[in-house]
Design a protein around this ligand. Structure first.
Ligand SMILES: Nc1nc2c(ncn2[C@@H]2O[C@H](COP(=O)(O)OP(=O)(O)OP(=O)(O)O)[C@@H](O)[C@H]2O)c(=O)[nH]1
Ligand SMILES: [Zn+2]
Length: 196
């Protein structure tokens, strides 16, 4: 994962045929006027929903800055909106990610933290793994004193089908380093995020 995917014309044809088959499966006619172009649109939309398979999140964090005036407090990016898809139903997961770290000697451009979130979100996911992958990536590349990732999201597979229970928000978190070991640090970061 993380490299451009080589897709042939034959792959493209088969993917469009699979969409046509799904349209037949639900009881509609893929040859009718309004649906003629739909397989092409769907496979192109899928490339957008799942472009994360072609991204390498770690490389977003390789450019760091050291001249930050000795800054050694928490850096938090709150309310990063993202969308993903659940790996069980291919249904949308929509939510917000809060990403914090306590730098040791290097900081990263803040847009890069959002890029890391999107690179992992635009894959088939469960929320727990999405949360863990974002935190692990930041810990591995930046080697900060701590990383905290909290995600709040709604799952369309719960709202639009199955149990049909809307407005349920799933919250997950991954605390690493000081945020895992030190209660005070964890409380501080959770307070900054907006949890008390
Ligand atoms: N832990 C976790 N569960 C998820 C996530 N996304 C979807 N699910 C759940 O995955 C489960 C899959 O359960 P199954 O019983 O195999 O599938 P199902 O018959 O479609 O289940 P229902 O959704 O209850 O109709 C469901 O309970 C979903 O709500 C996620 O990100 N994390
Ligand atoms: Zn699901």
């Amino acid at each position: 994962m993380g490299n451009p995917i080589d897709r042939t014309e034959e792959d493209r044809r088969r993917a469009m045929e699979a969409v046509r088959e799904l349209i037949r499966w639900i009881g509609d006619d893929p040859e009718r006027e309004g649906l003629k172009d739909t397989p092409r649109r769907v496979i192109e939309a899928f490339l957008e929903y799942f472009r994360g398979y072609e991204e390498c999140p770690e490389t977003y964090l390789t450019r760091t800055f050291e001249q930050v005036g000795g800054y050694d407090e928490i850096v938090l990016l709150r309310d990063i909106p993202f969308h993903s898809h659940c790996e069980h139903h291919l249904a949308p997961i929509m939510g917000k990610a809060h990403v914090a770290y306590l730098p040791k000697d290097k900081v990263v451009g803040i847009s890069k933290l959002a890029r890391v979130v999107h690179a992992f979100a635009k894959r088939l996911q469960v929320q727990e793994r999405l949360t863990a992958e974002i935190a692990d990536c930041i810990q591995k590349v930046l080697e900060p004193a701590g990383v905290a990732v909290v995600i709040e999201a709604t799952h369309a597979c719960m709202t639009c089908r199955g149990v049909e229970t809307p407005d349920v928000i799933m919250t997950t978190s991954r605390m690493m380093g000081v945020f895992r070991e030190d209660d005070k640090a964890r409380h501080e970061v959770l307070k900054l995020i907006g949890f008390n």
